[in-house]
Design a protein around this ligand. Structure first.
Ligand code: HEC
Ligand code: HEC
Length: 160
C-alpha cells in the first residue's frame, strides 16, 4: 500500500467498522432498564404512570422526588419509610451518571431536563396537549417501547 492510499483506507475502515459500532452503542443507550428493581418499586411507582427507569435522571432529582412523596405533583404518593428507603437505595444506585442526563431540573422532573427538552424540540406545544397524550410525562403515548424502557426514535409514533 502506498502512502497516499493509507488515509483513504483508514477512512474506509472507520466507516465500515467503527461507525456501525458507535451506532450500536448509541442505540443501546436508548434502552433504559428497570431490571433488578425491588418488587416495591413496581408496586408503588407504576400505578399512576409507567415505572420510570432510574437511569432517565440523576441522583439529585430522585432524592428530591423521594423526599416529597406526600406532595407528589398534586397527589399523595407517600409510602412507609422502610419501603421508601428500599426504593430510594435502588433508584440512586441506578441513576444516570453522565453530567448531561444527571443534571437536576425544575420540580425534579425528567420532562424538564435540558436533554429531554432538546430531544423533543420537534414536538410542538399543541401536540403535547392532545387528549391522546395529555402530558410529556406520558412517555408511552408516543414511545411504543416505553414500558420496556425502549425510547429509541424508531419506536416513536405520535398519536392523533
Ligand atoms: C397516586 C399516584 C402516583 C403514585 C403512586 C406515584 N406517582 Fe409519580 N407522578 C404522579 C403524577 C400525577 C405525576 C405528574 C404527571 C404529569 O405531570 O403528567 C407524577 C410524576 C412523576 C415523575 C415526573 C415525571 C416528569 O414529568 O418528568 C416522576 C419521576 C415520578 N412521578 C416518580 C414516581 C416514583 C418514583 C413513584 C414511587 C415512589 C411514584 N412516582 C408514584 C402520580 C403518582
Ligand atoms: C408527544 C410524543 C412524545 C412523548 C409523550 C414523549 N416522547 Fe420522547 N420522543 C418523541 C419524539 C418525536 C422524539 C424524537 C425522535 C426522533 O429523533 O426522531 C423523542 C425522543 C426521545 C428520546 C431520544 C431517543 C433517541 O433515539 O435519541 C428519548 C430518550 C425520549 N424521547 C424519552 C422520553 C421519555 C422518558 C418520555 C416520558 C417521560 C418521553 N420521551 C415522552 C416523542 C415523545
Amino acid at each position: 500500500m502506498t502512502n497516499s492510499e493509507f488515509p483513504r483506507r483508514a477512512a474506509m475502515a472507520f466507516v465500515l467498522c467503527v461507525l456501525p459500532a458507535l451506532v450500536v452503542l448509541a442505540r443501546a443507550e436508548a434502552v433504559q432498564s428497570i431490571k433488578g428493581a425491588p418488587a416495591s418499586f413496581t408496586a408503588e411507582c407504576s400505578s399512576c404512570h409507567m415505572a420510570y427507569p432510574p437511569s432517565l435522571t440523576g441522583k439529585a432529582n430522585w432524592r428530591g422526588i423521594m423526599a416529597g412523596l406526600d406532595k407528589h405533583y398534586g397527589v399523595d404518593a407517600s409510602i412507609d419509610s422502610k419501603t421508601q428507603q428500599e426504593i430510594s437505595t435502588w433508584l440512586l444506585a441506578n441513576a444516570a451518571t453522565s453530567a448531561r442526563q444527571a443534571a437536576a431540573s425544575p420540580e425534579f422532573r425528567i420532562t424538564r431536563s435540558d436533554w429531554f427538552i432538546r430531544k423533543h424540540d420537534e414536538v410542538s406545544a399543541s401536540v403535547w396537549k392532545r387528549a391522546s397524550i395529555k402530558s410529556a410525562a406520558n412517555c408511552g403515548a408516543c414511545h411504543s417501547g416505553a414500558a420496556r424502557g425502549d425510547f429509541n426514535e424508531d419506536g416513536v409514533r405520535i398519536p392523533k
